[in-house]
Design a protein around this ligand. Structure first.
Ligand SMILES: Cc1cc2nc3c(=O)[nH]c(=O)nc-3n(C[C@H](O)[C@H](O)[C@H](O)COP(=O)(O)OP(=O)(O)OC[C@H]3O[C@@H](n4cnc5c(N)ncnc54)[C@H](O)[C@@H]3O)c2cc1C
Length: 308
């Protein structure tokens, strides 16, 4: 079968696109391996319009149900290769299945690096997005209001300082743990001093807490840092592999695919992008909006072909 559109990625961007395309009676297939943040975020999200105080997994469920109800197909699989040109793209999955489509929408999202704890990032899984270990100021900064908070800087010291300075609108009890050798600029150092934000250097040996709530950081020098909330400052890594396979231009960030316009079209005819894969902030409603606009453009594009 030749689908009108194959959507790779079934987070809020991909599913929102599927909703619009299915509503317009387009044959739309969503392929998703279910590694997006909302599958793992146990905290409630407070800023998604129309879905107040809703858990990530519930948002995924509602969007998927709406897409399927309207006629979209959603399958769980990992796409390993994307080839072809407009009118006949070929998508190969880890399961061995091969799918074909006239157009493609890439909504593969991005990943964030976790801090390493005794050389391993996996101990963070017990706390990341589960209660009081946060990553995204645009999403979660209000959660730390008036709380004693440690920013864990994994890479650039200035990046961690910038995050802490931004968070100082929400709490005046902030410290920074710098786990890399990166140096602070004089300007950032002065600003931190003015805000009474202390910097500590050290390596994480263990994370201590209960039921998703992190309470203390044990450092390799034997010291222990306790706090009520933790914010991680770490680089992002766009899931750009398929976009690159197809020849989609990369954004200057190096971590995202570059749209040609706000509509999400790319330099490759027949390929659109949406959501966190685009060089924007990471937000559910932005992902939904960019998924929706890409889907509208894909439908209009196919309609022009139908008419021609
Ligand atoms: C801890 C945390 C808390 C957050 N809190 C909030 C919040 O409070 N409010 C808010 O608005 N936003 C929040 N966000 C951000 C929000 O989750 C993202 O902006 C949003 O999920 C992006 O949607 P997306 O569809 O672009 O990508 P994603 O949700 O990342 O979905 C992409 C999907 O594509 C799939 N995929 C990727 N590559 C392949 C492949 N090769 N084959 C098959 N499938 C593939 C992935 O498995 C994933 O399921 C938070 C994020 C995190 C990490």
């Amino acid at each position: 079968m030749l689908y009108d559109t194959i959507i790779i990625g079934g987070g809020p961007a991909g599913l929102s696109a599927a909703i619009h395309l299915a509503w317009h009676n387009r044959a739309a297939l969503v392929i998703d391996r279910k590694t997006g943040p909302l599958f793992f975020t146990l905290e409630k999200l407070y800023n998604v319009p129309g879905m107040p105080a809703t858990k990530g997994i519930q948002i995924q469920k509602q969007l998927k149900e709406q897409a399927v109800e309207l006629g979209a197909e959603v399958v769980k699989d990992n796409v390993t290769s994307a080839t072809g040109t407009e009118g006949n793209f070929s998508i190969t999955c880890e399961s061995g299945k091969v799918w074909s489509a006239k157009t493609l929408l890439l909504a593969t999202g991005m990943a964030r690096y976790h801090p390493t704890v005794d050389g391993d990032y996996k101990p963070c899984f017990a706390y990341a997005g589960k209660g009081n270990m946060f990553y995204c100021p645009d999403c979660e900064a209000p959660e730390i209001k008036d709380k004693d908070t440690i920013v864990i800087g994994t890479a650039s010291a200035n990046g961690a300082a910038g995050m802490a300075l931004g968070l100082s609108r929400y709490t005046d009890r902030l410290r920074i743990l710098l786990t890399s050798d990166s140096e602070l600029s004089d300007d950032r150092r002065e600003k931190l001093t003015a805000k009474n934000i202390q910097t500590i250097r050290g390596q994480l040996q263990a994370l201590h807490g209960k039921k998703g709530i992190l309470s203390e950081l044990a450092l390799t020098d034997g010291s222990v840092l306790q706090a009520e909330a933790f914010f991680v400052s770490s680089p992002v890594r766009g899931r750009t592999d398929l976009a690159q396979q197809l020849g989609v231009e990369m954004a200057a960030t190096g971590n995202h695919a570059q749209p040609q316009s706000q509509r999400g079209d790319t330099n490759v005819p027949g390929v659109w992008i949406a959501g966190d894969l685009r060089p924007m902030t990471q937000q559910v409603s932005v992902a939904m909006g960019t998924g929706n606009i890409a889907a509208i453009m894909i439908d209009q594009h196919l309609r022009k072909q139908d008419i021609a």
